[in-house]
Ligand binder design. Structure first.
Ligand SMILES: Nc1ncnc2c1ncn2[C@@H]1O[C@H](COP(=O)(O)OP(=O)(O)OP(=O)(O)O)[C@@H](O)[C@H]1O
Length: 595
């Protein structure tokens, strides 16, 4: 698993980013009526809020001025009712908003996850895990904030600005104009603050990721670090990154403190102008005392929406960039998909005749093909070992059979049918795979084992476990129900390999692909597994990548891979006699393994 910061890509053009955000509108559609209700409720609470200053004016210029207590009760009641109406509408809107926002984000995340699952292995080779994680978490969060919060508050803030400015100018034109104009510097300060603050927050988040990655690697690789005496080096590396995190966090706080002082300075300076100008106007009788009180109340109501507008614009920019990054993933088309006329095959009817016909394969972004014309036939029930020097393409060759990668040229057939004409779902019940580096998931042993065949019975599971010599699971604290740690780390390498082997065997495939599945086993256990495996392999076609002579013993024939081609095929003893390279490969590999 690699992990990296997420902002290392070219920034998208603004127009492109806007289109990306627009393309996500389908996620808003299911919630359009609730969004409309939110707009109506937001408008209602704004109206209730805007009516209050007028009521204050009426209280001061009416009952207070004339000492009329009866009128005061009535106006007081209206103000209270307006307050209640505002409170209720805000509560209801927030209630709907929380559900809509989180559901929208969950919808996007589910689709993104499903899409990532459909993408071919080559995509996951190229993309860093950290980048995909950031898209599925913080980027979707930014989009959600804008669609479910920014849009509504943006419109609301604009509405309040216009309505309040008009009211202020109606009460006193020049003072109203001053207040309306004071919104411009306030907006600029808020927008710049939000922009810088969001960038600074993102940098802090990325740096937190870096620090977490180093800590995680140090914890996982503690044995290697200690064995090589690299603890001081790792400590220095950690200190450097932790210091960077400290500096970035301080910078973020500095941005906040600088801007917050301006946030209070501008409205207070405007308030001073309004109080002086307003008092003169009251003295000149161009404004009533109640009018001045209403004016000040209205002016203060304007501060938050203007500041919010700055945030919303910055949040909009952030959401556009995020949408663009999410689109990168969504627009990557899965390349390994069913052909329109692909048919399922019945596993029980498959004989397991595998043929490679002039197969060529090249990884994306690599200059040279790895496989340059493979012709090979594996007969039903036969076990064929693939040998070759390290890096010769053995893993690549066997990965083509379950279509983890699609070949570049030529074809692979099973029982005469091109594997691309078989639905992927059924192909992967016909072909089952176990890799040298087995991935186990953070779930129970049983769930890990039945990944390829959920309906397997306990007897079948036990049978597969005994073939793989993995009966140790019965001694785990909860047997098959024991939850094994992330990546199966609470198990030894050999135990993990045996579970992965049992998982592959349990599928009872017609074609079993084993990529050096016994490399982590001691000689004695390997012998036991091979003996048990031999009985399973009699009815199954098997392709086994081998590195040492002991595993070759399982095979009926061996194919030697060299320079992207099959250099020789024959039994182990035939090849030993006829092909000096074969003996050299096996002895070199076994020396490596022994070392
Ligand atoms: N995902 C990938 N993207 C690009 N190149 C790759 C990828 N995987 C493998 N290669 C390259 O393809 C070549 C063949 O690799 P492969 O893993 O198939 O060899 P191998 O014979 O199985 O090696 P080993 O015996 O060491 O396991 C190597 O040069 C390797 O660097």
């Amino acid at each position: 698993m690699t992990s990296d910061s997420t902002d290392k890509l070219e920034p998208p053009s603004r127009r492109h980013a806007l289109t990306s955000l627009w393309q996500l509108r389908s996620y808003v559609r299911p919630y359009r009526f609730r969004m409309l209700a939110m707009f109506i409720l937001a408008a209602a609470s704004t109206v209730a809020q805007l009516l209050v200053p007028g009521m204050i004016q009426a209280v001061i210029d009416g009952p207070v001025k004339h000492g009329n207590l009866a009128g005061l009760w009535l106006l007081g009641l209206v103000i209270a009712l307006l307050g209640i109406a505002e409170g209720l509408t805000v509560w209801l809107r927030r209630f709907i908003q929380a559900k809509v926002a989180l559901s929208m984000e969950a919808d996007m995340r589910t689709d993104l996850y499903a899409h990532m699952q459909k993408l071919h292995a080559g995509f996951h080779d190229r993309w860093q895990t950290g980048q995909l994680l950031a898209r599925a978490t913080s980027d979707l969060g930014s989009i959600r904030r804008f669609l479910a919060w920014g849009l509504i508050f943006g419109l609301m803030s604009l509405g309040i600005y216009v309505a309040v400015s008009v009211q202020l100018m109606t009460k006193h034109f020049w003072l109203g104009l001053v207040v309306a104009a004071s919104a411009i510097p306030l907006f600029i300060v808020a927008r710049n603050f939000a922009r810088n603050f969001i960038v600074a927050s993102r940098e802090v988040q990325d740096q937190q990721g870096e620090v977490a990655t180093i800590a995680e690697q140090a914890a996982q690789g503690i044995r290697v670090i200690k064995a090589f005496g690299r603890a001081p080096h790792m400590q220095r590396q950690f200190d450097d990154e932790a210091m960077k995190l400290h500096d970035l966090s301080v910078r973020k706080l500095m941005i906040a403190s600088r801007s917050w002082s301006l946030f209070s300075l501008i409205p207070n300076a405007t308030l001073a102008v309004v109080l002086v100008g307003g008092s003169i106007a009251v003295a000149n009788e161009t404004l009533s005392l109640g009018g001045l009180a209403a004016f000040v109340t209205l002016q203060l109501m304007l501060v938050w929406p203007i500041e919010a507008l700055g945030w919303i614009i910055a949040n909009g920019n952030e959401a556009m960039t995020a949408a663009d990054r999410v689109r990168d993933v969504f627009e990557t088309e899965p390349t390994i998909v069913d052909r329109p006329d692909a048919k399922p095959v019945d596993r029980s009817k498959s004989r397991g005749l595998v043929r490679f016909e002039n197969v060529r394969f090249q990884y994306e972004d690599t200059p040279e093909p790895v496989l340059k014309g493979i012709d090979l036939e594996v007969r039903p029930g036969e076990t064929l070992a693939i040998a070759g020097v390290t890096g010769s393409g053995k893993t690549t060759l066997v990965s083509l059979v379950p279509r983890l990668y699609d070949l570049t040229e030529g074809r692979i057939t099973i029982d005469g049918t091109d594997i691309r004409d078989i639905t992927i779902q059924s192909l992967r019940t016909v072909v089952s795979t176990a890799f040298e580096d087995p991935t186990l998931f953070s779930m129970s042993v049983r769930e890990n084992l039945t990944l390829g065949r959920a309906e397997a019975t306990d007897d079948e599971v036990n049978e597969a476990l005994s073939v793989a010599q993995a009966d140790f699971v019965h001694d785990l604290p909860f047997g098959l129900d024991t939850r094994i740690g992330e990546q199966g780390l609470s198990l030894s390498g050999g135990q993990r390999q045996r579970l992965a082997l049992a998982r592959a065997v349990l599928v009872k495939p017609a074609v079993l692909v084993l990529d050096d599945p016994l490399s982590a086993l001691d000689v004695h256990t390997e012998e036991l597994v091979e003996r048990a495996l031999a009985s399973v392999l009699t009815g199954t076609t098997a392709l086994i990548v081998v590195h040492r002579p002991s595993t070759v013993a399982l095979a009926d024939r061996v194919a030697l891979l060299a320079d992207g081609r099959i250099a020789a095929v024959g039994t182990h003893s035939e090849l030993l006699e006829s092909t000096p390279d074969y003996a050299a490969v096996l002895s070199a590999e076994s020396e490596e393994v022994t070392a």
